[in-house]
Design a protein around this ligand. Structure first.
Ligand code: TMP
Length: 204
């Protein structure tokens, strides 16, 4: 089973994906926790470029896609084939929310092609989108120590990302299960909700 977490920065995805992973381990369910960008050996090098160089959106897009294609081939698919539940902190929904809106001239069929090439056709079985108002993103970012070049001090930017993620949730079709979680709730409360949804949709 392939589970992804997405959301604006500082929404709590990393915390929640680690909590779900720990829960599965305690339940003796084989699991693997990974992230994008940087979840594979080559991807860690790509991440290093992404967080240290001033790149434009086109350049970033192709690095995120290259990271994903490598991640799916070398990490995610092999882990799924070994029978693990794979939990991934960010996946293609991030590209749709962060890169696609900033690039002019990408029509829907190009976006679909890029998605299929990078994911190699692998779609999540379950996605959690943790929602957070843009004001709260900036507030949390100010108290976070490990910000990098990809983090912006721009409320409109995070409003845009949040809107796209909400649209992805609203427009989900029968091929995807996407659960939206209110990131303003307490960490333990969110975790319990996620465990309930996992048990509901469990495919192991
Ligand atoms: P994170 O490790 O804190 O989640 O940071 C990853 C950053 O990369 C975050 O700002 C979102 C961004 N990102 C994209 O812009 N596009 C993508 O496809 C992915 C996976 C991440």
């Amino acid at each position: 089973m392939f589970i992804t977490f997405d959301g604006v920065d500082c929404a709590g995805k990393t915390t929640q994906s680690a909590m779900l992973y720990n829960h599965l381990v305690l339940q003796n369910i084989p699991a693997y926790l990974t992230k994008e960008p940087g979840g594979s050996y080559a991807g860690a090098k790509i991440r290093q470029i992404l967080v240290s160089e001033e790149l434009d959106e086109t350049e970033k897009l192709f690095l995120f896609l290259a990271d994903r294609a490598n991640h799916v081939r070398t990490v995610i698919r092999p882990s799924l084939e070994a029978g693990r539940v794979v939990i991934c902190d960010r996946y293609h929904d991030s590209t749709v929310a962060y890169q696609f809106p900033l690039l002019d001239g990408l029509n829907q069929s190009t976006k679909d092609d890029l998605r299929n090439i990078a994911t190699r056709g692998l779609e999540p079985d379950l996605t959690f989108i943790i929602d957070l108002p843009a004001e709260e993103v900036l507030r949390r970012m100010k108290t976070r120590k490990d910000n990098n070049i990809l983090d912006k001090d721009d409320i409109e930017y995070y409003r845009g990302v949040r809107n796209v993620l909400n649209k992805i949730w609203e427009n989900q079709d029968e091929n995807r299960v996407i659960v939206k979680i209110d990131g303003m709730m307490g960490i333990e409360y969110i975790h319990q909700a996620i465990v309930k949804w996992f048990n509901h949709y469990r495919k192991v």
